[in-house]
Design a binder for this molecule. Structure first.
Ligand code: CA
Ligand code: CA
Length: 482
């Protein structure tokens, strides 16, 4: 082995002597305290047999290293920049992470000879997957579980040349979690007692020189569940009860709610298979939620049917909060549209990054989240109960769900009520009352009533007056949702 072909360096961390060849690095095991006669390469399947002279040289260099090697040239330069290299872990998007290093000064064409760190996160939460590294960093050994914490140690194997600029962050490892968890958890690069005891603390060296800096960034409160979850809060004007401040659950109480989602008919034409075998007492009705493209809010990406609780939470059929959209991408934002069988649809005023479980899109409180084009020029929702209640809900009365509210004229919503009563009772008696799950039951009280108390007709006229400012029977309100 000649000096032209091989170069050597001493690793402070590994307490050893390493050789490598330009353009084809051979990473060697450390010089052992035992009388090794050969050094097994960890790459390239090469074995270097050291000659007697080389062994003498190795021993000499090692002794020289042990006696004279600087403890570190790391430190703080006169200009204030540290010569060390800091590290951090970043939650770059839902479920995705990067471990980055940030050098204090420039390192051009320098060989990264060792880096290691330990990632720490709660046990029994999620698994780490999809590792990628341009620096040959791999997990070393199994995940260690200690007192409810997972520790995974990562080390570099081959030697890699780096060109790093001071103050710039460089991703040395990226990975994801498998979205199999619940809630939130902290992820960090660890410096705990476990790491100290197991030699897994952050360490980095270039050309054998210890440049270990400090850990400067963690990833707290990382969402562990699936990324495409839409958490939306909404009230329906029809069943809203001004006394309780919640929605009535008359359809559930009457046993009228269908077990399969009801939006498989025009104009919704949603063929989803959402289904329940029974309903909790708190369920008001089914709603349909659309995810729309952030750059084109008429482009529907995916639809889901969910259950609406009396307090306004949209639930999965397993009664967990929020709806999961498998087509959602973790880096993208979406407009959220809520539709109901006989209420006007509403859309979020802005596109929303998913998951939004930390800050649900709350259509009931307009001081928090505005619906699309609210009061521009007309309301997109109506205040429920007394003026100043501060609670807003979806506008009742669009019996045929054509996004138009009208009392007279073509396809008017009033006419469907009389037609339904006539069709079911077989009589032209507007005092007739029918019971069941009908779109003509605007108040969702399990009855279709045209005249008298609790009529489903009167709210159409009252809403048109509020929405258009006109008491004309010919007033028309069009939804602002495209
Ligand atoms: Ca209509
Ligand atoms: Ca009714």
């Amino acid at each position: 082995m000649s000096d032209e072909k091989y170069k050597w360096f001493l690793s402070q961390k590994l307490q050893g002597l390493f050789f490598y060849k330009t353009n084809r690095v051979i990473s060697l095991t450390t010089v052992k305290k035992t009388q090794n006669q050969s050094y097994n390469s960890t790459c390239c399947n090469e074995t270097l047999i050291l000659t007697a002279d080389m062994r003498i040289a190795t021993l000499f260099l090692l002794l020289l290293f042990i006696s004279t090697a600087p403890k570190s040239f790391a430190g703080t330069l006169m200009n204030g920049n540290s010569t060390t290299i800091d590290a951090g872990i970043f939650n770059t998007s839902c479920g995705n992470f990067e471990v980055r290093v940030k050098p204090g000064v420039n390192y051009a064409g320098t060989t990264l000879t060792n880096i290691q760190f330990t990632i720490k996160w709660p046990a029994n939460s999620v698994n780490l997957i999809n590792f990628a590294s341009g620096f040959g960093i791999q997990q070393q050994g199994p995940i260690h579980v200690v007192s409810g914490i997972n520790y995974a140690v990562f080390v570099s194997t081959p030697l890699v040349s780096v060109d790093w600029l001071a103050g710039t962050e460089y991703t040395v490892l990226s990975f994801s979690h498998d979205q199999s968890g619940v809630g939130y958890a902290d992820f960090s690069l660890d410096e705990s007692a476990w790491c100290l005891a197991n030699n897994g603390v952050y360490y980095i060296e270039l050309l054998g020189q210890n440049l270990t800096g400090s850990i400067y960034h963690a990833a707290p409160n990382v969402f562990l569940d699936r990324c495409g979850i839409v958490d939306v809060r909404v009230l329906l004007q029809g069943p809203y009860n001004t006394v309780t401040g919640k929605m009535n659950t008359s359809l559930r109480a009457a046993g009228s709610l269908p077990l399969n989602q009801p939006y498989n008919v025009p104009p919704f034409n949603y063929s989803g298979t959402e289904h329940v075998s029974s309903f909790p007492d708190s369920i008001v009705d089914w709603v349909l939620v659309e995810l729309r493209d952030m750059n084109n809010n008429t482009l529907i990406i995916q639809k889901r049917a969910g259950l609406l609780s009396k307090s306004g939470v949209v639930l999965e059929t397993d009664m967990t909060t929020g709806l999961y959209f498998s087509s959602a991408e973790s880096l993208a934002s979406y407009y959220i549209v809520v539709l109901h069988r006989n209420h006007m649809p509403i859309m979020s005023g802005l596109s929303v990054a998913l998951p939004n479980t930390r800050l649900p899109y709350n259509f009931t409180n307009l001081s928090v989240t505005q619906p699309y084009l609210h009061n521009n020029p007309r309301p997109a929702e109506l205040e429920l109960g007394n003026t100043g209640s501060g609670k807003y809900g979806m506008i009742a009365g669009d019996v045929n769900a054509n996004k138009i509210l009208n009392y007279l004229g073509s396809l008017n919503d009033r006419g469907f009520i009389t037609a339904k009563i006539t069709a079911v009772t077989g009589q032209n008696n507007l005092n007739g009352v029918i019971s069941g799950y009908y779109n003509e039951d605007i108040l969702l009280d399990n009855r279709v009533i045209y005249l008298g108390a609790s009529s489903d007709r009167a709210i159409i006229l009252a809403n048109l007056a509020k929405l258009t400012g006109s008491n004309s029977l010919n007033a028309v309100y069009n939804s602002v949702v495209p």
